[in-house]
Ligand binder design. Structure first.
Ligand code: NIG
Ligand code: FE
Length: 424
């Protein structure tokens, strides 16, 4: 069979292949290493993935690329980011170093709200330009697919502006971008005295307009998956408010995500799993009963160890317990200006291995195939299997475990997205 090119002489070809759904339990420790592998690529897709001799026997290529014994892994998938925002939170960084706490900063009108003010004032073009720089940084760190949330607008106009920025990024950037509507990220200052009215606004005005903005021109036939999300937490949205937002979103046709148990267990995990959420995210304060529910569901648990690291915390979500209980777990950077100014999935892996006791194999599956499933792209992204997208990373290492072992350096040699090398 003819193909456009073959990448050969791959020291370790790490496929993260998983037939069916996301990996769980002992499958998390299997990254599908093919020693001395090769891949055949054509029309942006993987046509063959296997041992060098089998690929050489099965394909004739116009071009052959020598990986000189390096490691090839799937392009990373980052399933939880907030990269559309204006400004920075450098002052808050210093306040936190001096002892201030995240929820107190939020309650006093700082934190998310300070980013909201700057994001409302920014033009679409400014937001696209700044988010493009962040996507480029993520690409340099090996991420080829990501989810991006709204949530720094908190009024109809700016939330829709952010959604349009995310749409534009999906069109202009090589990265595959999945949008999530997060108007329920915080209660905006205008509604502080009446948060209920903001919940009504989200359910009755913002979510329908957002859905229409994403799918209106397509007669209700969604072309891409789009998610709605809520921050279920003290000083944000309580359990019943969160439920109402997610139920309204589900009725419209959104798939669901929820920020739950980041600081406080309000019962959000149980509620979101019950609504069939695609993911529940953070999980620091999840209860044993909810871990059991998660393990028996199709919901993926997304953990964000960069947040705890950024807070200088010694406490992390108990991912060891979650994996051992049979939950499907993905890792994300949560890239945002406040709780995680980090574009790097290898950094998330490095932290997860040290503080959450994941093996490098588990961390790699968590940033690839399981992350892809958590944003509805498990069939096309997140693993190196024939028929899937040719999204891959050549790492300048001899053993894939080095990706989590060494930290603070750039081990990414080259990145391919849909069969094209991208400049990193
Ligand atoms: O996932 N928890 C809520 N949202 C983000 C933080 C966003 C911000 O602080 O700007 C998070 O940690
Ligand atoms: Fe978040």
């Amino acid at each position: 069979m003819k193909c456009e090119f073959i990448i050969e002489n791959i020291g370790q070809l790490v496929t993260c292949a998983s037939p069916g759904g996301p990996k769980r339990r002992s499958a998390m420790q299997d990254v599908g290493v093919i020693e001395g592998g090769a891949v055949a690529i054509g029309e942006g897709k993987l046509l063959g993935v296997g041992r060098a001799q089998d690929i050489a026997a099965g394909f004739t290529a116009a071009e052959t690329i020598d990986a000189v014994g390096r490691v090839v892994v799937p392009g990373f998938v980052d399933p939880h980011t907030h990269i559309v925002f204006a400004g920075d939170r450098l002052d808050e960084f210093e306040l936190k170093i001096k002892g201030a706490n995240y929820l107190d900063i939020l309650a006093s009108g700082g934190g998310i709200i300070s980013t909201v003010k700057k994001t409302r004032d920014a033009s679409k073009a400014e937001l696209v330009a700044q988010a493009t720089e962040r996507l480029d940084k993520m690409l340099e760190c090996g991420t080829t697919t990501c989810e991006i949330k709204t949530g720094y607008g908190l009024n109809t106009e700016t939330e829709l502006k952010m959604l349009d920025v995310i749409r534009q990024l999906g069109e202009s950037h090589v990265m595959d971008v999945v949008p999530t509507f997060l108007a329920a990220h915080a209660v905006p200052p205008e509604y502080r005295a009446n948060p209920e009215a903001y919940v009504v606004l989200i359910c009755e005005e913002m979510l329908p307009l957002a859905y229409n903005c994403l799918f209106g021109a397509q007669d209700g036939q969604p072309r891409v998956t789009a998610f709605a999300d809520v921050f279920c937490e003290n000083n944000a949205f309580d359990l019943e408010q969160s439920r109402r937002v997610l139920e309204a979103a589900k009725r419209l046709g959104f798939a669901l995500k929820a920020h739950v148990d980041e600081f406080t267990n309000l019962g959000g995990s149980r509620m979101a799993i019950g609504l069939g959420a695609a993911s529940i995210d953070h999980l620091d304060a999840i209860s044993d009963e909810e871990i059991e529910l998660l393990s028996r569901s199709d919901t993926v648990g997304i953990v964000t160890p960069t947040v705890n690291f950024n807070f200088g915390s010694r406490e992390f979500a108990n991912v060891r317990k979650l994996i051992d209980a049979g939950c499907a777990i993905a890792l994300s950077t949560d890239y945002n200006p406040g709780s995680a100014p980090c574009p790097s999935q290898p950094m998330a892996m490095a932290i997860a291995c040290r503080y959450q006791k994941l093996l490098p194999s588990e961390a790699l599956n968590a940033v690839t195939i399981n992350a892809a499933h958590s944003i509805g792209l498990g069939a096309t992204n997140g693993s190196l299997e024939a028929g899937k997208l040719a999204d891959l990373v050549i790492a300048d290492v001899k053993d894939y475990r080095s990706l989590a072992y060494e930290f603070g350096s750039v081990q990414i040699e080259s990145v391919m997205k849909r069969g094209n090398w991208v400049e990193v």
